[in-house]
Design a protein around this ligand. Structure first.
Ligand SMILES: Nc1ncnc2c1ncn2[C@@H]1O[C@H](COP(=O)(O)OP(=O)(O)OP(=O)(O)O)[C@@H](O)[C@H]1O
Ligand SMILES: [Mg+2]
Length: 349
């Protein structure tokens, strides 16, 4: 369940998932049921922070389960970095509480902070050391050493896809490669939760892809991940649940499906089809959840409440009516539309 703070205008959505879908998952974000019953790694409630007369964070709260990737999606200045700085115990909060792996986090607690791997927006690596030397340096700060540290460094260089650059000084690295190394540093001490603050801003496409793949792998291995971004596509690809944050408040929270349902948009299913299209369209209109079905250039164009659950029945009905379906394309409304709907603003500046 969500905790969105005591703001009557805010929307809280249950995160309980519908049953398993017969359609393969197109988006990780549509499969929250994978984490139902998983232990909570992060619980934060009613976080507040004011800078001067600006309320940067105004009652933010959410939870992240083991193996779950939670996205904080919001524009510049929304309060993402301030929120995660309080979660990581780096910034004193005005109010609220943070519990990580059962322990309260505060600016002066160390045990709980050791559960968190924090990758800041700004880079923190030494340019005149190699990638491996950076890892070993930070590893020693965490109290690692010897063979354990060398093995851990090797493992992490693989995770971030920089094994072949281990011996290069990082001053020669692209911004994206430095960012990847930063992620590896955040993982050295085997945290229970990884916190990534807009890790792909300004990075090259290859590094971006490597970062997204690392996040997916880590999540699949059971890491709880807090991922902030203002890129809708990343939130859609990586995050099981998303909190839409604007002006210091979580405006809505849920799976992609739950969030787009707020906008009330329909999924569009385009069937590349031949045969009796007229009968096919008539049959499609009789399928539960179908709002509209028309003949289009390539076959049939169908508007449906949720393509995911209706598609098997739709295909069967259209086929039985005498149309031969050769291809299916589903276009679902996206989080950008949800953001616009909730805030009246575009996600990007
Ligand atoms: N140390 C600070 N002193 C004063 N104001 C601050 C400070 N840190 C953040 N703010 C203000 O708080 C608000 C939230 O900032 P924050 O950095 O949390 O946003 P963000 O969502 O991380 O944005 P971005 O996407 O640009 O990183 C902004 O209005 C910002 O100017
Ligand atoms: Mg920020």
């Amino acid at each position: 369940m969500t905790a969105t703070g005591p703001h009557p205008g805010d929307i809280a959505i249950a995160v309980d998932a519908p049953g398993p879908s017969p359609i393969p998952d197109a988006f990780a974000i549509d499969a929250p049921s994978a984490h139902a019953g998983a232990p909570m790694v992060l619980v934060c409630r009613d976080l507040r922070k004011r800078f001067g007369d600006r309320q940067a964070v105004d009652g933010v709260g959410f939870e992240i389960a083991r193996g779950e990737t939670y996205g904080l999606l919001g524009p510049n200045g929304a309060g993402k970095t301030t929120t995660i700085s309080m979660i990581c115990g780096l910034l004193r909060r005005d109010g609220g509480e943070v519990v990580v792996a059962g322990q309260l986090v505060d600016t002066d607690t160390t045990a709980a902070k050791a559960m968190i791997g924090y990758v800041p927006q700004d880079l923190a690596i030494y340019p005149d050391l190699t990638a491996r030397e950076n890892l070993e340096f930070f590893g020693r700060l965490y109290g690692l050493g010897g063979r354990t540290l060398r093995a851990r460094a090797d493992e992490l260089l693989e995770v971030i896809g920089l094994a072949d650059r281990a011996k290069d000084r990082t001053e020669q690295f692209s911004g994206g490669m430095k960012r990847r190394l930063n992620i590896a540093i955040g993982l050295l001490h085997r945290p229970r939760m990884l916190v990534l603050d807009e890790p792909t801003v300004g990075v090259d496409p290859q590094s971006r892809n490597a970062i997204l793949e690392s996040v997916e792998t880590l999540g699949a291995e059971g890491m709880a991940i807090l991922y902030t971004t203002h890129y809708m596509e990343e939130a859609e690809r990586l995050c099981h649940r998303v909190g839409i944050i604007d002006e210091g408040k979580i405006r809505a929270e849920g799976t992609r499906t739950e969030l787009v349902a707020l906008v009330g948009q329909r999924d569009r299913v385009t069937l590349t089809a031949t045969g009796d299209l007229r009968a096919g369209a008539a049959a499609a209109r009789r399928v539960e959840g179908v709002v509209e079905a028309t003949i289009c250039e390539c076959g049939l164009d169908v508007l449906v409440d949720t393509a995911r659950s209706r598609l098997p029945r739709l295909l069967e009905a259209v086929g039985d009516a005498g149309a031969t379906v050769r291809g299916v394309e589903v276009i679902e409304p996206n989080l950008e539309a949800v953001f616009l709907h909730l805030t009246g603003k575009a996600l990007r500046d």
